[in-house]
Design a protein around this ligand. Structure first.
Ligand code: UDX
Ligand code: UDX
Ligand code: ADP
Length: 480
């Protein structure tokens, strides 16, 4: 019987292993983590992450061939295949700070594998890592191996949060990179056999190790680049009277470009895009390719510009000051259908408004008050160091209230900002909201979810990203 162990029970490890367990009843899957509370949550009715469809999958297999445990050593030593899916945050200190990946968690996972293994193992890189990490891991393993043989594979995960289960059930492709030796090829075949339980063979791509590692960084860089491209266009649309939705549609119907992933927004967020591009930039610089590094850096610069442009619009249109004004923030997660706030544009937008002394009332259907307070007090890049691995607990922001209802958030507010495209924000009773707000009442739609014309009829002054400007906003130009 094949036994799989996955180190790291996070957004990637948890859902991926649950789906492997569901699709491969003959395989026993153990997911281990050093966080006692996280494992307890995986074993409870309240899973540690919100992901549509996940609960059903976990309930079907948990206790049968899917186990969550803090006994890292036991499960690693019993497994034939060990996935490593620990976090790889951006380094906050030392060489490459602010750019390079922090491989501390990865290295300690590798050392545990080397320490406890009594039989040959396949070790699979699942978390996104810098190119050539496999080589470093291989060194740690072989230098500590006591004669045991390890084969390293790179098997990057392409799932997107909010659609993780769908993406895992029906992936565009599964990518497996390995050594071009007979042992490497044998390991690739073993992992391929796992996925072949449900993924058609022609969608399982095999490459060398470095190609697999780089493909993941490249895919995320290309995806983020599309958003920065359309967001850059959104600024030009506002300046010229073009409509970014119409432009994106016209551009996307070119089959060479394609229609997906062209929604202008207040900016991209999530744990991957910025981190992976920074990583790519660092790798380019280390390899003597400053021009290439500079090219990709622009994707992040435009994303930062888009967030500050949004804040400036809010402040400029409210007579150049939001001091002591209540502003409602609808949506804090980095996208809909997730409670994840890592690198959410809402953090920068809220910090920008707080910097101008606004009072914020924040509502998100899936994000807790604790999390929001932590995000708003944390330093840049600390966000991806899990709370239980962080040294200090930050103090709370007094100008921020977190509420559990959109109507509560907007009551008496001067303006409301939509920062996540939750479906429920489309169908709010905006007439009721308008009546309860200060006048003039402003809506700043960072995700283009509301019908701006309808809201204008009610009396709102509406700003929608990349759309022809409300006459009011034309008279109150925002300087970014
Ligand atoms: C991404 C990749 O899509 C996935 O393949 C990879 O494995 C991990 O990183 P994720 O970050 O979970 O997934 O979500 P994604 O749907 O890619 O969205 C990222 C950000 O881009 C979100 O903030 C989203 O709101 C934003 N976005 C996305 C836009 O602003 N416009 C779009 O058209 C699409
Ligand atoms: C382009 C647009 O495709 C077309 O829609 C527009 O109307 C005019 O400009 P064209 O310049 O004729 O058309 O050819 P295109 O096929 O787009 O190629 C442009 C250049 O890009 C060529 O030098 C081509 O060799 C190069 N190219 C194209 C690549 O280097 N790699 C590719 O993958 C595709
Ligand atoms: P991702 O989005 O990549 O899945 P997460 O931060 O959600 O990242 O999950 C990573 C998990 O890995 C965390 O729960 C963390 O506690 C766990 N982890 C980090 N280092 C180790 C380690 N050495 N052994 C076991 N688990 C670890």
């Amino acid at each position: 019987m094949v036994k799989i162990c996955c180190i790291g029970a996070g957004y990637v490890g948890g859902p991926t292993m649950a789906v492997i367990a569901l699709k491969c009843p003959s395989i026993e899957v153990a997911v281990v983590d050093i966080s006692v509370s996280r494992i307890a949550a995986w074993n409870s009715d309240q899973l540690p992450i919100y992901e549509p469809g996940l609960e059903g999958v976990v309930k079907q297999c948990r206790g049968t061939n899917l186990f969550f445990s803090t006994d890292v050593e036991k499960h690693v030593s019993e497994a034939n295949i060990v996935f490593v899916s620990v976090n790889t945050p951006t380094k906050t200190q030392g060489l490459g700070a602010g750019k390079a990946a922090d491989l501390t968690y990865w290295e300690s996972a590798a050392r545990v594998i080397a320490d406890v293994s009594k039989s040959d193992k396949i070790v699979v890189e699942k978390s996104t890592v810098p190119v050539k990490t496999a080589e470093a891991i291989e060194k740690i393993l072989t230098h500590n191996s006591k004669g045991i043989k390890f084969q390293i594979l790179s098997n990057p995960e392409f799932l997107a949060e909010g659609t993780a289960i769908q993406d895992l059930f029906n992936p565009d492709r599964v990518l497996i990179g390995g050594r071009e030796t007979p042992e490497g090829q044998k390991a690739i075949k073993a992992l391929k056999d796992v996925y072949a339980h449900w993924v058609p063979e022609d969608r399982i791509l095999t490459t060398n190790l470095w190609s697999a590692e780089l493909s993941k960084l490249a895919a995320n860089a290309f995806l983020a680049q599309r958003i920065s491209s359309v967001n850059a266009m959104s600024a030009l649309c506002e300046a010229t009277g073009a409509n970014v939705t119409q432009v994106a549609y016209a551009v996307g119907t070119d089959s060479r470009i394609g229609p997906k992933f062209l929604n202008a927004s207040v900016g991209f967020g999530g744990s991957c895009f910025q981190k992976d591009i920074l990583n790519l930039v660092y790798i380019c610089e280390c390899n003597g390719l400053p021009e290439v590094a500079e090219y990709w850096k622009q994707v992040i610069k435009i994303n930062d510009y888009q967030k500050s442009r949004f804040v400036n619009r809010v402040v400029a249109s409210m007579f150049n000051t939001v001091s002591r004004k209540k502003i409602a923030i609808l949506g804090f997660a980095f996208k809909k259908d997730t409670g994840d706030t890592r690198e959410t544009p809402a953090i920068d937008v809220c910090k920008g408004l707080l910097g101008d002394k606004a009072r914020l009332s924040i509502y998100d259907p899936q994000v807790t008050e604790d999390q929001i307070q932590r995000d708003l007090t944390m330093n840049k890049f600390d966000w991806d160091h899990p709370p239980h691995l962080q040294p200090m607990s930050p103090s709370t922001v007094k100008q921020v209230a977190v509420v559990w209802d959109a109507y509560e958030a907007t009551k008496d507010a001067h303006g409301l900002c939509i920062l996540t495209e939750w479906d429920e924000f489309k169908n709010l009773d905006y007439k009721r909201i308008y009546d309860s707000m200060q006048k003039p009442a402003f809506v700043f739609d960072g995700r283009n979810v509301v019908d701006a014309d309808k809201l204008r009829e009610m009396g709102f002054i509406v700003y929608s990203i990349g759309k022809p400007l409300d006459p009011w906003l034309k008279d109150m130009p925002a300087v970014a």
